[in-house]
Ligand binder design. Structure first.
Ligand SMILES: Cc1cc2nc3c(=O)[nH]c(=O)nc-3n(C[C@H](O)[C@H](O)[C@H](O)COP(=O)(O)OP(=O)(O)OC[C@H]3O[C@@H](n4cnc5c(N)ncnc54)[C@H](O)[C@@H]3O)c2cc1C
Length: 415
């Protein structure tokens, strides 16, 4: 039985030389057959496995991860959580995710360190300001918290912004309930809770192929041998089109590297998340004190999980333009993850033409914030065969019917 984490258990272990802790989840060997298989041990896959067990009582589940859980984009992202979307379909979905995040530490009995410190988008010209007004109105109409402030108020609320910037700061849109969480903790929390409900977490096991009979999936072929199941879900961001192709399913996805950087740690100096579209940069400060910064996608397709100097220079230039005081900070680390991008910038949570095979993908640069809702909705689809009401617009059929949800042009998000 999984031990409950509490102040009392911490205290007890303090007196016990920390000898009583158990591994947070069972590292399982695969069985030959499961009721459901989830491919991909990132946040979405782990959340799917957890909600299959928790919401639908399906506990005979294998979660198959080719490396270590959280080692993909979930452990590489800049952890911004927000729901500032334009269309009702996306706004409702991402808002549901933020609400699940708000209760997640308690639900999982695992501190995911969700800090609702606000998330600002700055406007540096009249057109940018007009976009922010439009976004703020859409958010409020969708029942999402939004505050629009002029430049003077933005400076008051975010100390340290450049007093004499090349790109003037005319205003800012804040989502006060936005913020960030600890990415590893989200993966580990879901893994621990799923494992406690009976899910087998199988690491270092790569899916090489699918077992298909008469148009229906019957299992997967892995580096540990064949594992059979009539229901298979896939959440392998960055490699979605490659893995789905093995099942004969073609996805409308392109893959790009997205880079991020952290500075050396400093004392607390930035208590919110700031995104500046004009400088192409966004940043926040981690609980360890590092500035966490990111920029846009690389401009060419790639599966190489590494960064490059031009983007590093660009991100640094943007940060220094916004906060000149940070110009003396040194970079500590830099890395990249592979994002799978759909041309309408809206995710795919869908059944496929292959019976029993369901996909969760197309998160572009913004799927960390969607982990709870993405897992919830993929689990629903796998358990019932039907799209969850929140994900009805996210089906693959939209690429045939043309009913796209074009958030790229609506809310101006980059992916
Ligand atoms: C630098 C960067 C910054 C980002 N910043 C943000 C942000 O601030 N906010 C936000 O919301 N989102 C952000 N994102 C996006 C976010 O990280 C992703 O959308 C999200 O983590 C996707 O989660 P996932 O579980 O679908 O994928 P992943 O975490 O990538 O997990 C997929 C897993 O599938 C496994 N896998 C792949 N192929 C196979 C196979 N054949 N067999 C078995 N397993 C396989 C991989 O090893 C991997 O562990 C960022 C991404 C990057 C790269």
């Amino acid at each position: 039985m999984t031990r409950t984490y509490s102040a009392l258990s911490l205290l007890r272990e303090g007196f016990n030389a920390q000898q009583g802790w158990q591994p947070a989840w069972r590292d399982a060997e695969p069985k030959s057959h499961y009721d459901a298989i989830v491919i991909g041990g990132g946040g979405h896959g782990l959340a799917t496995a957890y909600y299959l067990a928790k919401n639908h009582g399906i506990t005979n589940v294998a979660l198959i991860e080719r490396g270590w859980i959280g080692g993909g984009n979930t452990g590489r992202n800049t952890t911004i959580i927000r729901s500032n979307y334009f269309f009702p379909e996306t706004a409702n979905f991402f808002e549901f995710s933020v609400k699940l995040y708000e209760g997640l530490s308690k639900a999982l009995n695992y501190n995911i360190m969700f800090s609702q410190r606000g998330m600002w988008t700055l406007a540096h010209d009249r057109h940018g300001l007009e976009m922010l007004r439009r976004s703020a109105n859409a958010m409020l109409l969708n029942g999402i918290d939004a505050e629009l402030h002029d430049g003077a108020m933005v400076r008051k609320l975010i100390p340290g912004l450049n007093e004499n910037p090349r790109f003037p700061i005319l205003g800012g849109l804040n989502q006060p309930r936005g913020g960030s969480a600890r990415h590893d903790a989200v993966a580990w929390g879901y893994a621990r809770a799923a494992s406690a409900l009976g899910v087998d977490i199988i690491q270092n096991c790569e899916v090489h192929d699918f077992i298909v009979e008469n148009g229906h999936v019957r299992g997967v072929v892995t580096s540990h041998g064949a594992i059979r199941s009539d229901t298979v879900g896939m959440a392998v961001a960055g490699h979605s089109s490659v893995v789905a192709a093995k099942a004969g399913v073609r996805l409308p996805i392109q893959s790009f590297a997205l880079q991020a950087f952290v500075s050396e740690p400093v004392k607390p100096c930035l208590d919110t998340v700031v995104l500046s579209p004009a400088t192409g940069t966004y940043l926040s400060q981690s609980d360890k004190g590092e500035l966490v910064l990111g920029a846009g996608l690389d401009l060419y397709l790639s599966y190489a999980q590494r960064g490059n100097i031009p983007w590093m220079e660009r991100a640094a230039a943007g940060v220094v333009e916004l906060f000149p005081a940070f110009s003396r900070l040194r970079f500590l680390r830099q890395w990249a993850g592979i994002c799978d991008v759909v041309h309408d910038s809206t995710p795919i949570i869908s059944k496929t033409d292959l019976g029993g095979f369901y996909v969760n993908c197309g998160w572009g640069t913004g799927g960390f914030k969607a982990i709870p809702a993405g897992g919830w909705c993929l689990a629903h689809a796998m358990a019932t065969g039907e799209a969850h009401p929140l994900a009805r617009g996210f089906g693959l059929d939209r690429f045939r019917t043309g009913a796209l949800i074009d958030e790229a042009s609506a809310s101006g998000i980059a992916h």
